[in-house]
Design a protein. Structure first.
Length: 138
């Protein structure tokens, strides 16, 4: 009996939407007002986390500029994204993500994490995030 293929080909609707948002961002000046607008559109749980993360990144690394990146809040140095927040709802995931690009100075040997799952932010997670952001921009 032939095996039935169930894998979908191509990008998901969410991925295509993110690419369309990125194309708009490249044409726009963007900035903090765009980031705050994207955060305001998020479902309550993601929004609360994104608002707290936004404040935390701004306080920890004021040299980073808020901008949107594929429709997500991101923080850049010299116009290059260093870190970003991806809401759980955006890609229908069970958790939100704090991610770091290859511009982040997080190198630790031959292997290190660049994305972190976030289910909620407590003081302990905020302390870890602040340390990661500080190291990322060092």
């Amino acid at each position: 009996m032939a095996e039935k293929k169930t894998a979908k080909k191509g990008f998901t609707a969410e991925e295509r939407a993110a690419m369309r948002e990125r194309a708009k961002e490249l044409k726009s000046a963007g900035g903090e007002s765009d980031v705050l607008a994207k955060i305001a559109e998020m479902p309550k749980a993601d929004r609360a986390m994104a608002e707290r993360l936004h404040a935390l990144v701004k306080a920890t690394a004021p040299e980073l500029s808020p901008k949107t990146w594929y429709g997500m809040p991101a923080y850049a140095k010299d116009d290059k994204v260093v870190c970003f927040f991806k809401s759980a709802a955006k890609f229908k995931s069970r958790y939100a993500t704090l991610g770091f690009s290859d511009r982040a100075n997080l190198d630790d040997g031959a292997m290190w994490p660049t994305d972190f799952a976030l289910k909620k932010l407590t003081a302990a997670e905020e302390k870890k995030i602040a340390a990661l952001v500080k190291k990322a921009v060092s």
